[in-house]
Ligand binder design. Sequence first.
Ligand SMILES: [Zn+2]
Length: 467
Amino acid sequence: MSNENDLMEKIVSLCKRRGFIFPGSEIYGGFANSYTYGPYGVGLKNNIKSLWWKKFVQDRENVVGMDGPIILHPKVWEASGHATNFNDALVDCKNCKKRFRADHLVEDVAGVDLEGNLDEMKKILDEKVKCPACGKRDWTDVRNFNMMFKTKLNSTDGVTEEVAYLRPETAGAIFIEFKNIVDSMRVKVPFGIAQIGKAFRNEIVAGNFIFRLREFEQMEIEYFISPGVDWESVFETWLQAQEEFALELGAQKSKLRRYEHPKEKLSFYSKKTVDIEYEFPFGGFKELFGLANRTDYDLSNHTKHSGQKLEYRDTESGEVYVPHVIEPTFGLDRSMLVSLLAAYTEEDIEGDTRIVMKFPKKLAPVKVAVFPLLKNKPQLVEKARGIYDELRKQFACEFDDNGNVGKRYRRQDEIGTPYCVTIDFDTVGMGEDAALTDTVTIRDRDSMKQERIKVAELANWFVSHLD
Ligand SMILES: [Zn+2]
């Protein structure tokens, strides 16, 4: 591929053309930074979630799952620190009224990171920074805006309204269930609680498709450990597991790297944070997954604010303590983007460009497409329908009789379907070779090679080839 920016454009266009991802609220002129996952997009997304759940919950004896509410008691966010600390420094241009991230403007122009220091930011803005939109230098004060989405709950008296928030991260829902899970599940430290769900951040977002969204989905684990344990080695084990998962999405090893946050830039709850970064086609390496040591910050603060002791009693030693927590976080939308970017392939086939999405087979939204060779031959269509009806009991399947077989292959290549099955005259005993009756051709997405398989053996063949 000639140009990396090109690649993003090609992905965005393919996603819309083939039903993976549509721009949000498009018939109303669009709605910035919102997207709809279409039929194949939700298929891909569900497959990523299943892969994650299998790897991190089902395959592990000491990780359990849960699914908490998006709107939690507002005190959760006081305890977690989000109510006071989860801010973006924003500034408005008085001339054109556009709003910007003040820290980003200052960092771009002066090359310094003044995180949190609003007065200093204002000074540098007034001295050196022109509005990127209109070129004037006429700034308001720099102000902190909380990034949580606020909402109001109706009350039964119809008068008072209670303020609540859409959760800015999924973790809070997990911490407040610590006690219920310890009491009901007989888990022993070290153990993890996993959750997949939406989180919301009211940010000023600068495009890049589904990379950064105000409404996004996280896959997170809170992994509780004893405060006395060698946490660095636990941390390293999780980092490796996260890297493995990135490879399972299809990411090339050379496009992954680790980035450790410098001490002075750590989030307010973290003792150590390392990002697994992916080299995106816009702006190079950027965060894909994160791993943080949140210490006992959350459990201790929820204990303080709720008055409920969130402790763990070691049944063997009798020791009672507040566990520390290692938190692997995976952005689901970013995982989608990486699997799309990594899968996208252009091949030159006798002067024609073949676009093919080489998803790992586990992630492909459609596993098998079934075609009758010709649409207007009832014997072929009927036989193909029968095979399709059988296969779809086990696999995500699609039936296609539109256009010629070449066109159908091209479409399935762009969807990333690993196998296409064609029912022809030989299959129904109308061909020249009677020995081919009740056989079909299977075409492989990547090699484009075809082989003939007995209809009776199809399901087993796919079981062994799709794993
Ligand atoms: Zn301006």
